[in-house]
Design a binder for this molecule. Structure first.
Ligand code: ZN
Ligand code: ZN
Length: 165
């Protein structure tokens, strides 16, 4: 979980496969307030909201935007014996990525690696293809298990696969 500014100082949201437009929409939908307790970021000690995601699925599975306190309390349960903040059950039952999956009409299953020759667009506007042993864009290349890395960052909501004809 990485700190974000209300705006886009470092565009940390891209680490979660969220484009600037998508992140901006999330900020607006949340009213730029913690989605559990309603605290505005200027009321927090850090002055920032945190992007909260479902660890078990990947960074793409963004649940919402939280204040420092709610983010910490949620992250620490159930391993730590802390009391969840009031409203967190409601929050966890309706995470952002569920709403996005429903909008797109797709399941949360990780997309299977497409065959060589397929083109894969990500939610940040880049196009990936596979050749010479790795997935790469025009500018960058990922070593090793690149498909798993793409799936972890972008998931089913952020990857569009075009199979070769
Ligand atoms: Zn941005
Ligand atoms: Zn909060």
């Amino acid at each position: 979980m990485i700190r974000t500014l209300p705006g886009h100082a470092n565009c940390h949201h891209k680490h979660y496969g969220l484009s600037c437009a998508t992140y901006e929409q999330m900020l607006q939908e949340s009213g730029q307030r913690c989605e559990i307790c309603g605290t505005a970021p200027q009321g927090n000690t850090s002055g920032k909201l945190f992007i909260d995601h479902e660890n078990a699925l990947g960074t793409w599975a963004v649940r919402g935007l939280l204040c420092h306190r709610c983010n910490s309390l949620n992250a620490n349960r159930p391993g730590w014996n802390v009391t969840a903040p009031e409203g967190s059950d409601r929050y966890l039952a309706n995470p952002w990525f569920h709403r996005r999956l429903a909008e797109l009409g797709i399941s949360a299953d990780a997309p299977a690696e497409p065959p060589p020759g397929a083109l894969v667009s990500d939610s940040l506007g880049r196009t990936w293809s596979y050749s010479r042993g790795s997935w790469h864009t025009k500018r960058s290349r990922i070593r090793g298990s690149a498909w798993a890395d793409l799936v972890d960052q972008f998931g089913p909501i952020g990857l569009t696969i075009t199979l070769p004809v």
